[in-house]
Design a protein around this ligand. Structure first.
Ligand code: F6R
Length: 607
């Protein structure tokens, strides 16, 4: 989603701002811009589209200065055009603001300001911030920010420069990340530390209701009421400078290949002295033992991981377990009480809907647990306990290793819960544990099909509509394969349980319609075969993902991709990389922007 970067330096900041924006590109955006303060004036250059277009424009503008802010915007209020691109200027053009998040009471503030005679130019909610800063400015940018944040409702991180306060940037955070850094030749601010990684490896992470004021000599942190705070810079967890593609054409391909290692690291992190151990405290373990219902709440691929876990958990915990899409769960009438365990799953740890439904669960007294990849992210901090997946940084917008490590953490959690609840025979749990140790190797074997899939996927790359089918846990994996294909190739894809096709959708199957069938489940193979036979009778072309042992069950399939055999619940982790590769090579054949598909953002911090 949107990205903020700002620098105050001894040298010209323009190049640094552009480099910072490029580091934020992976988050997804549809317009970009920069503004600098120089000689009592603000100069802003903005453009719809990519940063490359902004760079092109900057060649013809003299935008050099020691202080500036920049932004990549993912449109929420108003079209992604030049006018609505950030930085957004105040009416007197003395203040420029870049902003992430949503100001929920923007309409109310706008009406009030219009009644005071302030004229608005853009369709953004951000403009209320720049106009309020203008009204509240009395010679100190800090005091203008303090007065302004008191009026704002919603989630925000913003940074502002003012032509009457030369050399400084003031920035504020509430429910949206913001980090500051001091380095030799200046100071910086950004919504994502990757934009600051080359300047230092220690950062000041702002907490909610904090303001940073930076100039080239110092970084000062204040509370929203104006008291100065001491904050110690912290070392970043990840190596921020190792986000190169390491010779891979795209981050997505690199991340597909990283899955065996990421899964292994996730297992190793929680397997201690022959036991699964998440380090939960006694009180939380007691709550887990007493829980009589489980909800998984998540969005997109993380929801698909929850949907896969739902079946596994019901099998071994023998209590009702449901995966619910977070944007639905937050407004549902789902009964939640202290015997309910709510598990929020999120790679980024920032997804607004997942966070909201987790908060609802917490307020209802449920036991809450977050499964998150990004350390110290909102969702990580909001759950009563947290399990960190060990995917490492995921840059491609379409998640790959994020999803398989979520599955891994969920498999481990299921086994752990069944043990403390004593809800399944030791023998059965022991078998799952053994398979867990083979998971990384099985995924490696799937990834090794990359060459084969690269030759087959171009065949379906130019389809308009395709279908995915599966039964049981295979269906949840088919959902993930379908999502992956549509998000990066823009092919329309629909996914159904194999037994559901005949209740309507089969009317769309024609001669040559491509159908991807996930058929890894021994228990349901005959049933999946029925579904395949029904669509073959209508002329479909079926690409079947199955195991060597089951392949004879699907004699009518036109193509068969053979994967390693595992238990039915772990099959999505083994199958998903093949579907990811199919999507990847289809998108590559079509020349799509694989790492940054149109309209999508890496973390969806708005509702
Ligand atoms: C799909 C994808 C999205 C995310 C979803 C949730 O490839 O990446 O569907 O899975 O937006 O994101 P997180 O896991 O960050 O909460």
């Amino acid at each position: 989603m949107c990205g903020i970067v700002g620098f105050a330096m001894e040298e010209n900041v323009t190049e640094h701002l552009i480099k910072g924006l490029e580091k934020l590109e992976y988050r997804g955006y549809d317009s970009a811009g920069i503004a600098v303060e120089k000689d009592g004036e603000i100069s802003a250059v903005k453009t719809a589209g990519r940063i490359s277009a902004l760079k092109e424009k900057l060649k013809y503008e003299n935008v050099s200065s020691h202080v500036g802010i920049a932004h990549t915007r993912w449109a929420t209020h108003g079209e992604p055009n030049e006018k609505n691109a950030h930085p957004i200027l105040s009416e007197n053009k003395k203040i420029a603001v870049v902003h992430n998040g949503i100001i929920e009471n923007a309409d109310e503030i706008k009406k009030e300001l219009i009644s005071m005679g302030v004229e608005f130019e853009t369709d953004t909610d951000t403009e209320v911030i720049s106009q309020l800063l203008m009204i509240n400015y009395d010679g100190s940018l800090l005091s203008a920010v303090i007065k302004t944040v008191k009026k704002l409702k919603g989630a925000f991180a913003f940074a502002a420069v003012c032509s009457d306060s030369p050399g400084e940037i003031a920035a504020a955070r509430y429910l949206s990340p913001l980090t500051a850094v001091k380095f030799n030749s200046g100071a910086g601010i950004a919504s994502d530390i990757s934009a600051l990684g080359e300047y230092s490896d220690e950062f000041i992470y702002l907490d909610d209701s904090e303001i940073a004021v930076i100039n080239s000599d110092e970084v000062k942190i204040y509370s929203f009421s104006g008291e100065e705070k001491e904050k110690t810079p912290q070392r970043a967890d990840a190596d921020l400078n190792s986000d190169g593609r390491d010779g891979y054409e795209h981050f997505m391909l690199k991340e597909i290949y990283e899955q065996p290692e990421a899964v292994k690291k996730t297992i190793d992190a929680y397997y201690k002295n022959g036991e699964i151990n998440f380090g939960f405290d006694e009180k939380f373990i007691e709550k887990l033992k007493n829980s009589d219902r489980v909800y998984f709440t998540a969005c997109g691929s993380a929801y698909h991981a929850g949907a896969a876990a739902e079946l596994f958990f019901e099998k071994i915990l023998k209590i009702p377990c449901r995966a619910v899409i977070a944007s639905e769960m937050r407004y549902s009438f789902t009964p939640l009480d202290k015997k309910t365990l709510v598990i929020a799953i999120s790679q980024s740890g920032e997804t607004a809907d997942t966070l909201a439904s987790l908060k609802n669960a917490k307020e209802s007294g449920c036991a809450t647990l977050s499964i998150v990849n990004v350390k110290d992210s909102y969702i990580a901090k909001t759950g009563e306990s947290v399990i960190y997946t060990r995917a490492g940084r995921e840059i491609a917008v379409a998640t790959t290793k994020g999803y398989t490590t979520q599955l891994t953490a969920l498999y481990m959690l299921g086994i752990y819960l069944a043990k403390i609840k004593n809800s399944a025979p030791d023998k059965e749990l022991g078998e799952y544990e053994n398979e867990l140790f083979s998971l990384a190797d099985m995924i490696k074997s799937t990834v090794s099909l990359s060459g084969y899939i690269s030759r087959r996927a171009p065949f379906t790359a130019f389809e308009k509509d395709v279908f995915f089918i599966g039964r049981g846990v295979d269906f949840t994996c088919a959902l993930e394969g379908s999502l992956k294909l549509k998000e990066i190739t823009y092919i329309h894809s629909e996914c159904l349980p194999a037994g559901e096709l005949k209740h309507g959708t089969i009317s769309l199957i024609e001669r040559g319609t491509k159908v991807f069938a996930v058929a890894m489940n021994k228990r349901l193979a005959d049933k999946t075969a029925n579904g395949i036979n029904e669509i073959k009778a209508r002329g479909a072309y079926v690409i079947c993902f199955t195991t060597e042992k089951l392949r004879d069950k699907f004699p009518l399939a036109d193509e068969v991709v053979i994967l390693e055999e595992t238990n039915e619940f772990f099959a999505p982790a083994v199958t998903a990389p093949a579907l990811q590769l199919w999507a990847y090579y289809s998108a590559r054949t079509k020349g799509c922007d694989i790492d940054k598909p149109k309209n999508l953002a890496k973390s969806v911090t708005v509702e």
